[in-house]
Design a protein around this ligand. Structure first.
Ligand code: MG
Ligand code: ZN
Length: 300
C-alpha cells in the first residue's frame, strides 16, 4: 500500500462531522481534509465537492486528493519510496516503446504469414474485441520482459498511453499478466485525452523518469524524458524504408536493442540518485539525466 493510501485510511474519524453548506442544489461540507473516496471525505465522512479534488483511479478504491494537498502527497510518496525500497518512479509509453500494434487489414502481402504464426509465437498476439470489428496484431519489442523485470527492481512503474483502456489492459495481459509490475497504475486516453502530464502520476517530479518515443506529448516534462527510438516492426504506411522487420523476418536486437540501451541508462540514473547516503531529498533525476547526456556528448 502506498503512503497516500495509508494516510487516507482513517477508519475512525477523529473529527466531528462538519455541517454541510448549501451550494446550489447540492450540499457539500466545508471540511478541509485531504482525502476523499467516491466523493466522501475519508476523515469525517462529509460529502465533498469533487471539483476541489483530483482522482487517482489507480489508488485503492479510487482515492481522490484535494488539489492543495497533491504536492505534499507527491513529495511524501517519493520520499518514502526512496527511503524504503530505494525505488524511483518510471512512466512507460506503450506504442512504439514497448510494443508495435497494427490492424490486420493493413498488413501487406509479405506480412500476411504472421497471422498463422500468432498461435505459436510468444511475441505476437492477435487482439479481438467486441467493440472493434477490426482485428489487430500486437508485437512485443525484443527484450521487453527482461527490461520490465530489471526496471521493477529500481522503479515503481506506470503505463501511460494514448490508447484506450481496453487496449492497455490487453497489452498488460501480455507483458504483466499477474500485475506484478504495474498493479493498477495504468493511465489511458480516458483519464488523459490530450497531452501527457506528470500531474496524474503520484510522485515528486524530481524522482520520475519517463520513457516514450514521442516527446511532443510531454510539453511540460521534457527534462524527465528519455526519448527512445520508436519500435516499428510492421510496415508503416508512411515509412520511407524499403522493407520492414516483419517482411524481412528479422527483428531489433535483444541485447543491443533500444530497450537494453535505455535500461543501462536507467541503471545509471538510479545508481546516481542513490549514490549519496544523506541529502537524498535534494537529488533530482532531471539533473542526473542532463549530466549523463552532457557526459555522453563529451565522450562522443
Ligand atoms: Mg508511443
Ligand atoms: Zn473531512
Amino acid at each position: 500500500m502506498s503512503i497516500v493510501e495509508t494516510l487516507s485510511f482513517e477508519p475512525n474519524p477523529k473529527r466531528q462531522k462538519i455541517e454541510p453548506v448549501s451550494t446550489n442544489s447540492l450540499s457539500y461540507s466545508t471540511c478541509i481534509h485531504s482525502f476523499a473516496r467516491h466523493g466522501v471525505c475519508t476523515a469525517c465522512n462529509s460529502l465533498v465537492d469533487k471539483r476541489h479534488f483530483r482522482s487517482f483511479h489507480y489508488l485503492s478504491d479510487g482515492t481522490q486528493i484535494r488539489h492543495d494537498s497533491i504536492a505534499l502527497a507527491k513529495r511524501l510518496t517519493t520520499k518514502f519510496s526512496c527511503m524504503g525500497e530505494k525505488k524511483l518512479h518510471l512512466v512507460l509509453d506503450l506504442d512504439h516503446t514497448l510494443v508495435h500494434t497494427t490492424s490486420v487489414p493493413s498488413l501487406t502481402e509479405a506480412e500476411k504469414y504472421l497471422i498463422q504464426e500468432t498461435g505459436s509465437r510468444h511475441d505476437l498476439w492477435l487482439l479481438k474485441s467486441n467493440e472493434d470489428p477490426v482485428e489487430h496484431l500486437i508485437k512485443l519489442r525484443p527484450f521487453v520482459h527482461d527490461f520490465l523485470r530489471e526496471a521493477h527492481k529500481m522503479f515503481t512503474m506506470y503505463v501511460y498511453t494514448k490508447g484506450n483502456r481496453y487496449y492497455a489492459e490487453s497489452v498488460l495481459e501480455l507483458i504483466d499478466p499477474k500485475r506484478i509490475y504495474f498493479r493498477k497504475r495504468v493511465i489511458t486516453r480516458e483519464e488523459s485525452p490530450y497531452m501527457k502530464t506528470l500531474d496524474l502520476v503520484l510522485a515528486d517530479e524530481r524522482g520520475v523518469v519517463i520513457v516514450d518515443d514521442t516527446s511532443d506529448v510531454w510539453p511540460d516534462h521534457k527534462s524527465n524524458l528519455v526519448e527512445i527510438s520508436g519500435y516499428n516492426y510492421f510496415r508503416m504506411s508512411n515509412s520511407q524504408c524499403s522493407r520492414a522487420y516483419s517482411e524481412e523476418r528479422v527483428d531489433e536486437s535483444e541485447c543491443n536493442g533500444e530497450l537494453a540501451n535505455v535500461l543501462r541508462l536507467l541503471k545509471e540514473v538510479h545508481c546516481g540518485f542513490f549514490r549519496v547516503k544523506e541529502e537524498l531529498e535534494s537529488q533530482d533525476v532531471r539533473l542526473l539525466l542532463q549530466e549523463i547526456e552532457f557526459n555522453r556528448g563529451v565522450l562522443h
